[in-house]
Design a protein around this ligand. Sequence first.
Ligand code: AMP
Ligand code: ZN
Length: 498
Amino acid sequence: MPARNRKALPDYGVHCVRIRPVELRLYNTFTREKQLFTPIDPDQVRMYHCGPTVYQRPHIGNYRAFLFADLLRRVLELADYNVLQIMNITDVGHLLDDADDGEDKLEVQAKKDKVDPWQVVAKVTEEFFADLELLGVKPAHAYPRASDHIPEMVELIEVLIEKEHAYRVGDNVYFDVNSFPAYGKLSGNKIDNLEAGARLEINQEKRHPADFALWKSDAKHIMKWETVFGPDGFPGWHIECSAMARKYLGDHFDIHTGGEDNVFPHHECEIAQSVCALDSPFVNLWMHTKFLQVDGGKMGKSLGNAYSLDDLKQRGFTVLDFRLLLLRGNYRSSLNFTWEALKGAAEGRINLNDFRNRLLALTDCAAADGIDLKTLDAESAVAQANFAFRAGLSDDLNTSEALAAIFHLRNTFQHGKLDASENAAALAFLHMTNSVFGFLEELSTDGLADDAIDQLIVERGEARTAKDFARADAIRDELDAAGITLEDTPDGVKWFRG
Ligand code: AMP
Ligand code: ZN
């Protein structure tokens, strides 16, 4: 024990916990319990995420699912895993209502827009990638498109037919759910119960109403391919992910994610196809994000509340405010989006930016970079925050608990209770948390992010208006220490670096 006074430990409930490969507990939809995460290959975690159907620019609900994938990758990397991450692009075969009958979402949109469906694909895919960049999402290692993987799908379907798990009716091919007794295990559905609600009367071709299409034939479909099944066909939505996941990650991989609506039928069907075709366990861990709701209800285009990232911007928010909003909830609970809640998140971010700026005024990035958080005195406030942050994440990505650890440290600092010797460690901690949460702008090489400077200048103006000159001067000193020079001009305050 070092020769200094012991501090009272903040009550985080868990002490000295680190994310280590064996300590990461993740909830598996399949087993319905949290389980210790152990990768199949100790050298690499392989994971697949169901990506967007590129018929409309993804809305903020979709981004809850995609940002969860990004968070999971970052947490695994924090735990020192090497991650191979794949997210697909669905550009054909996703029919309305996730059903086997009905129109292709892409073709419906193309008709509305009076354009070719491939133009819709090109436009929306571009919007999606621009959004990912704006959100600061770490690019996945590949974003395979369904339409580029038709031969891989056909190969899988042929194996399924050969093994009598699938059958042809004319140029259509269906999976025979009765040939796979485990069908329904992921979602908790039973084949017999599915019978009652299914569309037997609509599709007489199927042996069982729950059988699902692997390949559909339709001469009127625009996005179609000539294959061994006939001249005018296109794939079922589920076979796309089975084929792409196999190509990029192998027959058996670690993690597969999606939104809660993907559990059934999409992922249930993926399991059936892959297990039957490959005689392999397929996926070890299934993780699903609960829906983002808006004003307590479902979001939808027709309701006018399927907000895009532009809508957030138009209301004066940044996408990072949205990131923080999502982190305040737990991915396994549905989250209610309101503008008020987003405002709360934006305020939280102002506090965190302010915390970083104050630390930067007292220490610098070079000092923080030299600190290994694992070597800190275990009883110091920063070490405690570090443990609590990691403990939260280790517990099935409990981001609200991890966030609380950051705010707790900020409050300790704010109340002057952080040892001055710990400023650099606190900055190092904040940088580490940002590498996982990505909620603060990257620092420019000069230390302070532009928007953080703007924010401090606004605060300084407010302090002056309120005749709080001590505060206004303190902010000027803070900026000064960070190498920012202010100039009061008739057009307002201008700033420059150096
Ligand atoms: P889609 O573009 O419809 O294929 O959906 C892409 C992903 O977004 C899937 O993983 C869906 O489960 C997910 N998703 C759709 N709506 C929401 C929502 N409101 N909240 C969270 N995830 C969603
Ligand atoms: Zn999928």
